[in-house]
Design a protein around this ligand. Structure first.
Ligand code: ADP
Length: 467
């Protein structure tokens, strides 16, 4: 936490310092260019003044008019740096301020032509000078006039500006750094509190939640997301706890039964027929255990998301016939008849094994709960959306409304005491529901109580793609 705060502050300070520096460079350049533009402007005005004062004396030397020093307009010329060259570059005149130094080096091609040209040069003593050149013809002789201003004043102004900024910059940066450190600390405080609370939440205290400030900001969003995660975790933990205790309970009953049957048989010598009976009922319990363990395994693997479906396209009515066929013997024992009807042309897309399992579980329930001699019908129809509906109807006792909601829950049985002879652990419908949901479909009980049961499996035309 402390590091995020420091990092935020450093980043802030870095960005601010860069912006300040950039704006300083831009301002300084602008200032410099503007001042220099002004110098050029003055130099041009001066050069025009001096032009009119030049003349060739009797010996042919270039001079500035006698009254140069008194001339009002040219008074300022004394302060400038002024030099005149011939078109070949030879020095024809140099004023006193130049003190014998050359103003700029040799002529550049085209210098001073077509108006004025300006450039920065250095005198021999190192003075930086802004120099303006202009071509001029005097008495038919071409001349190049050069007039310069020392740039020292401008550079001095820039230096002052730079120095002031240099003093102010660290102060501003330090102030802003301190401010942003406090701000970051304040902004991150709710996060720190959340972390403290989250640390206290263990698997035993999953019902606890993080506090929500109520400002509707990002922190609240984070806390809400975290709380939702906690709620889901709590639900999964609770489900797991219930599943484990229900599963152990279900496993204990047949094991206790095997044990008591065995103990009773061992107590006294029995006939061969009695032993066969004992072993038979033990095997019955073992079969029940095996079925239960198979179901538990399916559920555990489904929960872990480790079941891969192998989709295929197959006949819907073919699947219904196959499922009914698997239960024919059981139905015959109870003198029941399973009829399969429906559209022969309909096809299903999905994992045949799991869809068959779902259908078998539903038909098996119908067989178990219908009376002797009852009729079970399996109906296959298309639905308007291109999917398939498989309905299993029986004329058994039906399911009361208060149970209808919960029959798909794991280990839920309408009549707990009947499970011993019925053999179910309350997992059949939940496995069927899982299989149908994996195919993007749904399963529901659609009959009114007292009219037997009709379970409807609706499957879409295509399987949902996994994401
Ligand atoms: P089980 O494996 O014990 O049958 P299920 O999950 O398949 O468990 O079913 C849950 C409960 O729903 C059953 O215990 C039973 O009471 C009730 N049930 C399911 N199908 C029918 C039916 N066709 N008629 C009456 N009751 C049913």
């Amino acid at each position: 936490m402390r590091r995020v705060r420091t990092r935020l502050t450093l980043w802030y300070v870095f960005v601010l310092a860069s912006v300040l520096l950039l704006s300083w460079v831009l301002t300084a350049s602008f200032l410099f260019l503007q001042l220099r533009g002004q110098l050029d402007h003055y130099a041009i005005q001066d050069i025009e003044t001096v032009e009119g004062l030049l003349y060739f004396d009797a010996r042919g030397d270039l001079s500035v008019r006698e009254d140069y020093h008194n001339h009002a307009a040219s008074k300022q010329v004394i302060d400038r740096l002024f030099e005149v060259r011939s078109a070949q570059g030879g020095v024809l005149y140099r004023n006193e301020r130049l003190d014998g130094q050359a103003l700029g080096d040799k002529l550049l091609p085209g210098e001073g032509e077509g108006g004025y040209s300006a450039r920065s040069v250095r005198l021999a003593d190192g003075t930086p000078v802004r120099m303006v050149s202009r071509r001029h013809t005097l008495d038919g002789r071409p001349l190049v006039l050069r007039l310069g201003y020392s740039e020292e004043a401008i550079l001095g102004r820039l230096r002052e500006f730079g120095l002031a900024s240099l003093l102010a910059l660290p102060l501003i940066v330090a102030l802003v750094g301190f401010g942003s450190y406090l701000l970051a600390k304040r902004a991150l405080r709710p996060l720190e509190e959340m972390a403290c609370r989250a640390e206290e939440i263990t698997s035993e205290r999953l019902s606890e939640r993080l506090p929500i400030g109520g400002a509707g900001d990002e922190m609240d969003h984070l806390a809400t997301v975290f709380n939702n995660l906690l709620a889901r975790l709590e639900q999964s933990f609770e489900q797991l706890r219930r599943f484990t205790s229900d599963a152990s309970h279900e496993l204990r009953t047949p094991l206790a039964s095997i044990r008591s049957v065995g103990e009773v048989a061992l107590e006294k010598d029995g006939t061969r027929a009695e032993y066969r009976d004992t072993i038979g009922s033990m095997l019955e319990e073992v079969n029940r255990l095996t079925a239960l363990v198979d179901n538990l395994l399916t559920i555990a693997r489904a929960d872990a998301g480790r079941i891969a479906l192998h989709p295929a396209v197959f006949s819907a009515i073919g699947l219904a016939r196959e499922a009914a066929g698997l239960l024919d013997i059981l139905a015959e024992e109870k003198e029941q008849r399973i009829t399969v009807r429906g559209d022969e042309a309909l096809t299903l897309t999905g994992d045949r094994v799991f869809l068959r399992q779902a259908l078998v579980n539903i038909i098996h329930n119908a067989v178990k709960h219908s009376p002797v001699g009852g009729a079970i019908s399996v109906n296959v129809q298309g639905d308007p959306l291109g999917g398939v509906r498989l309905e299993v109807a029986d004329n058994g006792p039906g399911i009361a409304p208060e149970h209808a909601e919960r029959i798909f829950d794991r280990f839920y049985r309408v009549d707990q005491s009947r499970s011993r002879d019925g053999g179910g652990a309350g997992l059949g419908l939940s496995i069927a529901q899982w299989a149908v949901r994996m195919h993007g479909g749904r399963i529901q009980l659609i009959t009114a109580p007292g009219e037997g049961c009709t379970f409807q499996m609706s499957l879409p035309p295509a399987m949902p793609t996994k994401n």
